[in-house]
Design a protein around this ligand. Sequence first.
Ligand code: PEP
Ligand code: MG
Length: 578
Amino acid sequence: MHTYKGIPCMTGIAVGEALVMPRDVEHHIHRRQVAPDEAAREDEKCRAALAKAAEEIDREIEQLRGYGNDASEIFEFHKALILSPDLAQAIRTHILDGHMSAEYALFTAMRRWHEHFNGLNSQTAAQKVHDLVDVERRIMRHLVGGAMLGFGSLGREVVLVAHTLTPSQAASLRKTKIKGFATDIGGQTAHTAIMARAMAVPAVVGTGDLSLRIRGGQTVIIDGLKGLVIVDPDSATLEGYREQERRHRAAFDALVAERDLPAETIDGYQVEVLANIELPEEVEMALAMGARGVGLYRTEYLYEECHEPSEDMQYNVYHEVARSLGGRPCIIRTMDLGADKFAHEGQQDGERNPFLGSRSIRYSLQRPELFMVQLRAILRASVAGDVRILFPMISVVEELREAKRLLARAKEELAAGGIPFRPHIPVGIMVEVPSAALTVGQLAGEVDFLSIGTNDLVQYSLAVDRVNQRVAHLYQPGSPAIMHLLRHIIAVAQKLSKGVCVCGEMSADPRFVLLLLGLGLREYSVAPLAAPLVKHIVRSVSLAEAEAIAEKTRAMDTAEKCEAFMSERLAALVPNLM
Ligand code: PEP
Ligand code: MG
């Protein structure tokens, strides 16, 4: 039995056989041979997938007309790769002569090209590798019938161990037999971790080099609460964890049973609990978990699926999200691309500090034609419900003004075309950069509401990369600096009578739920599955108790003291919590 320590990112236990995803591939393709008489069928399958991928790319090129040449040129290059006779021939040979399955033949043929471009060692070649990955994914998706990555075809329940997973890979796990995962790299508020929580998949990230040490088929326990990965557990440990898994499920079920009770303190103060969603399908889960609406819709996931989604495509998605919320709040955040989320093409020339580079609103303002497509789509969808718009990562007021100027232009365009929209759509900003926190009074004067993004606020205030496990111990939401900023932002918002919400991961951490309440917060936006827990905690305390906690932490000089104190108070006020 070996125990590896990582960073906990989804509380829950998963026990299963390890499926190890090799480092150099993004998707796991089983090495599968087929019988000679099945080869023709596999070959046909592959040709059909190539044709579908080419047709799909044609449609996307068509949708890109009018948005400049750069995007369509990239796709033209992808199309040329898909239609390349060399690729088709290589795949054919692997299937007909090597009796490989269609997926494995594609995978093998693409590896050759990867090796070729990797060997060239130039910036342009690195870009080509990026393109290859994209093209391979696209063809593979058609080959395996839309279920990305081949995980969908797993016949038995497993625990995935990988060097790293992208957020969309983590998202794709929800419909598979993968019960949990562990990755070598990553941090607690990285988007892969956030996705794991949204999908309720127990996970541990930042385990070092676990993926190199483990063999497929070994028994693995993922302890998402303590951040442990236990390989080949002895029978007592295994039984202990199985029992814990059962208890955890029972506690969760009990919370879910009371999800529709109001989020109201013992002394009658109402709190709003909203949900963070990444995918439109999550609305259903959010409402089923008792959330009062969507407090943060991370639209960047659309851009991962579709590269640059058209206005109509976005309109349809946003409209459906707003409609299914039936008049409840629907806060749509504009694309927050870059850094640890999805790369945009501006990043392909390699920024040295992507978190400080062209990400989020900065990228949106650098690509006004792309941004306007999204703004028009959100505005058009705004007639379907209580749609509000949220700009991410504002660091100076000029960015906000420019974003609002483009929003006004989008409104004018729609009005000129006689297209309806909500004229006074509320506009808010994410407060997630120290400069925004420090000048929140000024910024708040120009918006309708604020949303505190503690994931980034902690990262930027403490200068700790949120996805780097080497500095994860310094990622301290409870540190005095963060407490100071939170107090300030909430107090200013109250003074100016602006709505303020916390939508970072901190708002779902039971200890911080109490503290934030005591600091004056009345709006939380959390992963759908965390909503019943947050509501339960709010219902278990009085405002006076929460305020006493907030007051006591004022004098604490380390995150450790603050977090230990909050844990102790939580255990006293809300016993038997999970
Ligand atoms: C945040 O930074 O806290 C936040 C909610 O945004 P994201 O995690 O998407 O960067
Ligand atoms: Mg953020």
